[in-house]
Design a protein around this ligand. Structure first.
Ligand SMILES: *Cc1c(COP(=O)(O)O)cnc(C)c1O
Length: 365
């Protein structure tokens, strides 16, 4: 071992050395249906107006540390109750990190259902916390009894639930989230990254629960490149979390662009409506494919489905060879064996995906 690698081994915390970093697939020329991005770029007629707005920005100055103007618009668009406070982050990933920094850490436990969003585990580990995961029920909803038993056993400081859940796509039962929040003394974070595609939101109940924080993001509604996440909570939580936020964590270009986008939110809403229409069509077509065993219900902008008679890894490679990048979930959790996850794209992209998938037949393998 070289002197340098010995030094790295000696000083980097063991739990970090054991971590497998978050990998992002290189799409090459393939159509990107792997990361829940919106397939539609910002419309051309609004581009000039947006660029004008950006040209007035003073890049020599630090951004507004409190994101005051952006918060005002976010409040309106999300219909945030007046008594709730906001905290903005560089994506909701940063907000998860900030919550763990403030509330989890060494000697404390973070809990989440499984399978769920991969970053809950990564960030819990980074923050030095123990991480406990509890399998979802057979219908991919919360296994409330198992979670409540785990609350008793592990006394988690923070419990994350994604509503709707990634990577399964289903929404959770709001009453069960409430029950979970009532049965833990710790904090429950309701992650609504897919709120725009969901049938329900926990937001109207948020202030009934002193221990619930709610997360949203602009990433899944067409603005993944901006990196703007939103935490909504009782002001007393935000007051403490604010101390862990780095000053100027949201850049001025992101602040101004997000504000502009939300002021023209009918554009975002139209894209969301188109995604919902395509999601129904995609699910219906998938259901009728002989190589598809099961299509999971989706309240998101993606669909998770299980293949039959064909290994998911073969289907994944076949799709990629045909120019379509999806996400393989096989091996990530027993409940996702032989499953792929496809993000809803434009009608043409979805046709290419469906065409490539139907080119596979069970007899080929
Ligand atoms: C995508 C996703 C996030 C992260 O969103 P960013 O705001 O882009 O960091 C958080 N939670 C869930 C469940 C997600 O799927």
């Amino acid at each position: 071992m070289s002197e340098l690698s010995a030094q790295v081994r000696r000083w980097v915390r063991p739990e970090i050395q054991d971590l497998v970093g978050y990998k992002v697939a290189d799409p090459g020329d393939a159509i990107k249906l792997d990361a829940m991005e919106s397939p539609w770029p910002w419309p051309g007629d609004l581009r000039d107006e947006w660029l004008n707005r950006l040209s007035e920005v003073a890049l020599n100055r630090y951004p507004d540390p409190n994101c005051g103007d952006l918060k005002k618009v976010v409040r309106e668009v999300f219909e945030v109750p007046a008594c709730a406070e906001l905290l903005l982050g560089n994506g909701s990933d940063e907000l998860i990190q900030l919550i763990n920094l403030a509330i989890a850490g060494h000697g404390r436990t973070v809990m989440a259902p499984a399978p769920s969003f991969a970053m809950y585990r990564v960030i819990a580990t980074l923050s030095g916390s123990e991480f406990v995961e509890i399998d979802l029920a057979d219908d991919y909803g919360l296994d409330l009894a198992a979670m409540q038993a785990a609350v008793g056993k592990h006394q988690p400081a923070v419990t994350y639930v994604a509503h709707p859940n990634n990577p399964t796509g289903n929404g959770l039962d709001l009453d069960e989230i409430s029950s979970l929040a009532l049965s833990t003394e710790g904090v429950v974070v309701v992650d609504e990254a897919y709120y725009a595609y969901a049938d329900s939101s926990f937001l109207p109940r948020l202030l009934d629960h002193p221990n619930v924080l709610l997360l949203r993001t602009l990433s899944k509604v067409g603005l993944a490149g901006l990196r703007v996440g939103v935490l909504i909570a009782h002001p007393e939580w935000v007051e403490q979390l604010e101390k862990c936020r780095l000053p100027y964590n949201v850049g001025v270009l992101a602040q101004v662009s997000a504000k502009f986008a939300l002021e023209h939110r009918q554009q975002l809403d139209e894209a969301i409506k188109r995604v919902l229409g395509e999601r129904s069509r995609l699910a219906e077509e998938l259901r009728h494919m002989p190589v598809v065993e099961r299509v999971l219900p989706s309240e998101t902008n993606f669909i998770t489905f299980r293949l039959k008679a064909i290994p998911a890894s073969r289907a994944y490679k076949h799709l990629l060879a045909e120019g379509v990048l999806v996400k393989s979930l096989d091996g990530s959790h027993p409940r996702l064996s032989n499953c792929l996850r496809v993000t809803v794209g434009t009608p043409q992209e979805n046709d290419l995906f469906l065409g490539a998938l139907s080119g596979l037949s069970a007899g080929d393998y």
